[in-house]
Structures are given as C-alpha cells and as structure tokens.
Write a protein that binds this ligand. Structure first.
Ligand code: XIL
Length: 329
C-alpha cells in the first residue's frame, strides 16, 4: 500500500534534500494564491531563488538594490526550516539594462563584481545555505565562455568570485552550476577540468550543480541514468559535493508517447536513484507545478515538466520519487 507520508517527510527521513526553484511572481501572488506556498512547504525541504537574486531583477539601477522578492523567498525558506539555495551571484544572462550600456574599464568591472558579491552574499550570510556562485562559465563546445567577466579578468574571475563569496559567507556551501554536464560529454569534461584547476589553485569551492534540464532541444538530453551516476561519481572523486539543481523533464512535439507522464516519472526516479547511489543527496526541480514552469511557451517542448500539475495535483513523477524514497527508508 502506498504511504501517506509527504515527499518532504520521506526526504527528511532519508537525509535527502528535495527542492524547488521559485520565481518571485509566485510569491507576489501570495497570499492571493496560497496553493504554491502550501505545496512548497508541505512537499519540499529546500527552495531556490529562481530569478530574484539574478543581477537584472535585483539591481534596477546602478546604485539601487531591490531585495523585496529575494527576501520573500529566502525568508519563506528560513521560516519553514528549508535549505535555501541562492541563485546566482554571477551569470552572463539576465544582467540589468543599465549594465549593458555602461562603458567600464576592466578594473571598474572587477570592483563592481566584488562589491556585488560582497553585498548580496553578505546580506544573506546567515540565511542562504548554498550559493550558485558562478553559473554557466563554459560554452557548449567546452571552451571558456567569453562573458564580460572572462574578458575583463580571464579565468581568474571564477577564483575571485568564490573568494569574495567566501569572505562574507564563510558558512555557505559554494557551488559552480551548469547545464548539459550530466554525462561524460565534451562540455562536462571541460567543466571537470576547470573545477580541477580551481581546486588546485585552492579556490574555496564546495560543489558542482548539475542543472538537469532534460529537454530535447539540448544536445545531451535525458542522459542515460547510469552515465549520470558515473559522472556524479567522478565529480565526487574530485572532492566536490554534487547536487541536481534545476531538473525538469520535457518532450518534443515529435516525441509521441502514449504514456509520456509515466516515462517522465521513470526518468525522475532513475535520476534520483543515480544521484543517491553515487553520493549526491539533493534534487531540485525548476518549479513546483507545471503552470509555473519556465518551459511554458519556450523551446517548443511539452509544458508539463514538473512533479505537480497545473492544479497542484501530484503527478506520476511525484509518486515515483516518493516511492523511491519510501523504498529506501
Ligand atoms: C530561467 C528562469 O526560470 C526564467 O524564468 C528566466 O526567464 C530565464 O532563466 N539555467 C539557469 C536558470 O541557470 O537561471 C534559468 O532560469 C534556466 C536555465
């Protein structure tokens, strides 16, 4: 007989972290639409700020920080005893309009990034448990992505970003986060090499986040769970913790499955199992319910990639990971 325990209860019993990335608009609607908050705190023991801490939403003008949305999500997590993941201190996307127009020198940019990280990671030093310090620094072909940070500081921008985060948030776990690094493809190899160089240089990095957006539009999608497990293991063997940080499972218009939701459920279960069997104890989904997914109207994929449907009813994927945790209790 199926358990009546919630996903969160089973996660807690197993020492596993199951989380969701939450866009701020969901919290602005609250308490008009409390369903999201109720589902989140009942079923998950971790929450990620999906957009609120990105530089663009956070800094509407050069000298103005708007922490309202980030505070709402972070404080919700703290109040409800959840692990709080801060996403993200440095990324090449979702930067502010005014920043794109700013004609800075390399030194000015470095000072700017340092102040940004000190301000943001410092504000939440006793609230954010895990930071995605740098997001997506490696390009799809495995070369270093030529971001503005890279152009101004070279690869050392990662060293600096982690050190600046560590200055003000010494108790937080500091992560590098990226997509399409779930198996042993060229990009994953390049990220592995990059992280090895950081560790050799004594950079204070604790872990690697595997985003795990499982989308047919990506080159490497719905990777074989065994390969995912082996890849997690090699990052662990490097001395890093590993988390699955942004999972969703979507299908293309030409992928005809009668039992698509069962296939999706099995994939969630297999990935969580690969994770747990290889020393990764965290799986975060990129949203709670399908209607709140970033994949609505994007990439021409099925817009039902998450654990709960549009009415917050649990889907087969929810039961699949809940049953897996129950079988391991
Ligand atoms: C996405 C958000 O979910 C969207 O709301 C936003 O419009 C674009 O960014 N990798 C990441 C996340 O690290 O920050 C991205 O989030 C999804 C891909």
């Amino acid at each position: 007989m199926s358990s009546e325990k919630t996903l969160r209860e089973l996660a807690d019993e197993n020492g596993v972290t199951i989380g969701a990335g939450i866009p701020a608009r969901s919290f602005r609607q609250y308490p008009d639409d409390p369903t999201l908050a109720q589902t989140l705190k009942r079923e998950f023991n971790a929450v990620t700020t999906a957009n609120a801490l990105k530089m663009g939403p956070l800094r509407p003008a050069r000298k103005v920080y708007d922490f309202d949305d980030a505070d709402a999500i972070v404080n919700f997590g703290v109040k409800n005893g959840m692990t709080v993941r801060g996403h993200t201190l440095l990324w090449h996307k979702q930067t502010p309009e005014w920043f794109l127009a700013w004609d800075y020198t390399d030194d000015q940019l470095e000072t700017f990034v340092r102040d940004h990280i000190h301000t943001v990671a410092g504000r939440y030093h006793d609230k954010v448990d895990v930071w995605d310090v740098v997001n997506e620094a490696v390009a799809d072909d495995g070369s270093m992505r030529e971001t503005v940070w890279y152009e101004a500081m070279g690869e050392a921008y990662l060293d600096k970003a982690f050190e600046w985060a560590n200055d003000v948030a010494p108790n937080a776990a500091l992560y590098y986060n990226d997509y399409e690094i779930a198996s042993d493809n060229d990009k994953a190899d390049a990220v592995y090499d990059l992280l090895e160089r950081l560790l050799d240089r004594g950079v204070p990095i604790d872990g690697v986040g595997i985003q795990m957006h499982s989308l047919p539009s990506y080159q490497h999608s719905r990777e074989d769970p065994e390969a995912v497990g082996a890849n997690i293991r090699r990052f662990k063997d490097l001395g890093l913790d590993v988390q699955v940080t942004e999972m969703d499972v979507a299908y293309g218009p030409d992928e005809e499955f009668d039992d698509r939701l069962d296939h999706q459920a099995q994939y969630y279960r297999d990935v969580l199992e690969a994770c747990l069997d290889n020393g990764c104890n965290t799986l975060i989904t990129w949203g709670v319910h399908d209607a709140g997914s970033w994949l609505q109207n994007r990439y021409e994929v099925t817009a039902d990639p998450l654990l709960f449907d549009e009415n917050f009813n649990p889907k087969p994927a929810y039961y699949a990971i809940r049953d897996l945790l129950e079988s391991r209790s």
